[in-house]
Design a binder for this molecule. Structure first.
Ligand SMILES: [Zn+2]
Length: 331
């Protein structure tokens, strides 16, 4: 084992040196690419196969992806049925890259939708994120043994950041009234998050996004909304929001905001890193489920029923009568 590892290490260093460039690390999705970037920094070049905003569940590789996989020194995959298209891409590319499953060591949650299938969304809990980044750190250390000290320094700083994030998320979710700790989303990407931080989950789709919507799922959601009067439901960045918007209108419940699960947000957005994505989701969820959006949402439903000019007119009339009353009182 040790001999095999040292041969592997030597081979990796040789490949990197022969190309005289930074080693190329290819991740299947943007959040994993960001984790690798946080640890590898300028020592590596990182690329994501599925672009930001893309849906890894139903991704169809483009010709450039095989070329990217072929040139890769290291490929980072989630596994747990997330990237159904990856094995074929790897076989087709003829890549010699080392392929690491970065969920190694995580206890998977079984999917409710598919029997004998794991729920892939393990990164949604920052506690699992710590296992992801440890696996990535080990893979990068094997790739760049000469930079071990710098990689360790960067990894330890990142680990401290994720530990603090994990504790902060717990306090934010604790601030939601217990009866409203129910997260309703498009697809079932938040089971790990919910289990870690104490939220009950309901979704329209199952664990994957290519399933058909079942009427029974919608009926169940309506029952939950009727029973608990949850103040908000949430759309997701990679999924068409129409159905959730319809449910929100029908049940007069607020759209709590856009959550990120299967992709980071675009560069410059609050969710453009893995840490930023979990922070943004948590702020969005805790604000909406504390009921802070309810009044705004009700106002917007009223506004939809009444044209804006009418509100303006009514406002002006009211203001006019106030001024009139005030002048009568002061005269
Ligand atoms: Zn997903």
């Amino acid at each position: 084992m040790r001999v095999a590892l040292s041969v592997f290490l030597a081979l990796l260093s040789f490949r990197a040196a022969a190309q005289n460039t930074k080693p190329l690390v290819v991740a299947t999705a943007s959040m994993f690419a960001d984790m690798a970037h946080q640890i590898g920094g300028e020592l590596i070049e990182v690329r994501s196969i599925v672009p930001v905003g893309g849906d890894p569940h139903i991704y169809s590789p483009v010709p450039g992806d095989a070329e990217l996989a072929r040139k890769a020194d290291l490929i980072l995959r989630n596994g747990l049925t997330f990237e159904g298209w990856l094995n074929e891409l790897i076989a087709h590319s003829g890549t010699k890259a080392h392929i690491v499953r970065i969920t190694e060591g995580i206890e998977p949650i079984q999917s409710d939708t598919y029997h004998n299938a794991a729920d892939p969304h393990a990164w949604m809990s920052a506690a699992n994120g710590l296992i992801y980044i440890h696996n990535i750190y080990e893979a990068l250390r094997a790739l760049l043994p000469e930079h071990e000290a710098e990689l360790r320094r960067r990894y330890e700083r990142y680990r401290a950041e994720l530990q603090a994030l994990d504790a902060w998320i717990a306090t934010q979710i604790d601030s939601i009234p217990p009866q409203w700790r129910i997260l309703i989303t498009s697809h079932d990407a938040f089971q790990y998050y919910g289990r870690r931080y104490g939220l009950r989950l309901e979704s329209v789709l199952g664990t994957s996004t290519d399933a058909d919507v079942q009427t029974s799922d919608i009926v169940r959601l309506y029952e939950v909304l009727d029973q608990y009067h949850v103040p908000a439901i949430f759309v997701e960045s990679t999924i068409n929001p129409k159905l959730l918007q319809q449910i929100a209108r029908d049940k007069k419940v607020a759209i709590g905001g856009k959550l990120y699960a299967d992709s980071l947000g675009p560069k410059g957005s609050p969710a453009d890193t893995y840490v930023g994505m979990l922070r943004h989701n948590t702020l969005t969820i805790s604000r909406a489920l504390r009921g802070l959006l309810r009044r705004e949402a009700l106002a917007s439903f009223e506004a939809q029923a009444t044209p804006a000019w009418l509100w303006l007119m009514l406002g002006l009339i009211q203001l006019g009568s106030l001024v009139w009353v005030a002048r009568r009182v002061w005269q």
